[in-house]
Design a protein around this ligand. Structure first.
Ligand SMILES: [Fe+2]
Ligand SMILES: [Fe+2]
Length: 355
């Protein structure tokens, strides 16, 4: 397996940071030598741009996204494209979406988008779609089939009930542990579309699916959950290898269910706490979960950031860039048959042995 970032690269990078220059200028991404199939792309997610009033926006969230854009533009080699994982806005206001897109327009590479619930529930995605186009689509790139799904839809009856204002609906959906909220779903129409889209693709084609919510059931109270996850997974099952990459959870997660690897993207805005709260009634981790990790739960910006994704031989390796903390690599471990953050997991085992 090719290791995308070597420890030496990290050290080199740390030295650059210490000298006060912007990080990432010196990162080398190693794929198989001269293999034309290899490529990398950048992933930025969950900026939650928040309007205070008029042209005043919450500075912290602005800065996270501005920094992600600046660093992505410094990548060498250049990413083939950038993927944005949803929740540009906090309350889906046109001013928030516009402000976020203005910052993202500074990217030097083509950017693909997926819709987040914070972009959607105020007007059911009207403004987002006006600015960015379809909420589900697919494309091919260097032998890989990419699918983008809108996974944050919900039951029609709830979505279209008589709300006084769209903002009431948004605020219900934006809250955690809300008994009046609803679970997310891809929905029947998109699943049909997906089935049709995938029927044209040979089963040995590497498949990458982008969604906002995890296409697996992790924790319902916080909507780390997609209600029809199993039905979507069933459509991915016939493929030799499928990878789902999602935002929304604002933390590092990875998992393996059968042929499908699941990897999350971090937020540029804030991290969510982690992970003991998942062990509750009515919540469960999928059976084949591998341990998830978070770098430092006591540091307010930790587990926020962005990552670079390397593809080779159809596997996806995620390089998490953690501001002011040790960077992480989650790579597919072909021996174990699932993604793993070996550095972290080995250390965890040793720590637990001594406890
Ligand atoms: Fe989010
Ligand atoms: Fe979200």
């Amino acid at each position: 397996m090719n290791k995308p970032f070597s420890r030496r690269d990290f050290l080199k990078r740390t030295a650059v940071v210490a000298a006060g220059a912007l990080p990432l200028t010196n990162i080398e991404i190693a794929f198989g030598k001269n293999n034309p199939k290899n490529f990398n792309f950048a992933y930025i997610s969950d900026s939650h741009i928040t309007q205070i009033k008029g042209n005043k926006f919450v500075r912290n969230w602005d800065r996270g996204l501005i920094r992600a854009v600046a660093e992505t533009n410094l990548l060498d080699p250049k990413p083939d494209f950038v993927f944005y994982g949803g929740d540009i806005a906090q309350l889906g206001k046109p001013a928030e979406i516009d402000h976020g897109l203005e910052i993202l327009s500074g990217l030097n590479a083509k950017t693909h988008y997926v819709m987040g619930e914070h972009d959607y529930y105020v007007d059911l995605g009207d403004y987002w779609q006006k600015q960015l186009g379809a909420d589900h689509y697919s494309f091919d790139h260097k032998g890989v089939h990419f699918v983008v799904l809108n996974s944050i839809l919900t039951y029609e009856k709830w979505m279209h009930q008589k709300w006084d204002k769209g903002m009431d609906r948004m605020k219900q959906m934006a809250r955690l542990d809300n008994p009046h909220g609803q679970p997310f779903m891809v929905g029947e129409a998109q699943r049909k579309w997906l089935q049709d889209d995938l029927s044209k693709i040979s089963k040995d084609t590497p498949l990458v699916v982008f969604s906002h919510s995890p296409l697996q059931k992790i924790y319902k109270g916080w909507n780390f959950w997609t209600d029809d996850a199993e039905q979507v997974q069933a459509l991915l099952k016939p493929f030799d290898k499928a990878t789902v990459i999602y935002g929304h959870v604002h933390q590092i997660q990875y998992n393996q269910i059968g042929n499908i690897s699941f990897n999350s993207a971090m937020a540029t805005a804030w991290p969510w706490p982690y992970p003991k709260s998942y062990v509750q009634k009515d919540s469960y981790m999928p059976k084949l979960t591998v341990e998830m990790n978070r770098a430092d739960p006591f540091f307010e910006r930790d587990a926020t950031g962005w990552q670079f994704i390397n593809m080779h031989t159809g596997n996806v390796d995620l390089n998490y860039v953690l501001p002011d903390n040790t960077n992480r690599i989650v790579a597919f471990d072909s021996k174990a048959g699932h993604p793993a953050d070996k550095d972290f997991q080995y250390k965890q085992t040793v720590a637990q042995d001594h406890y």
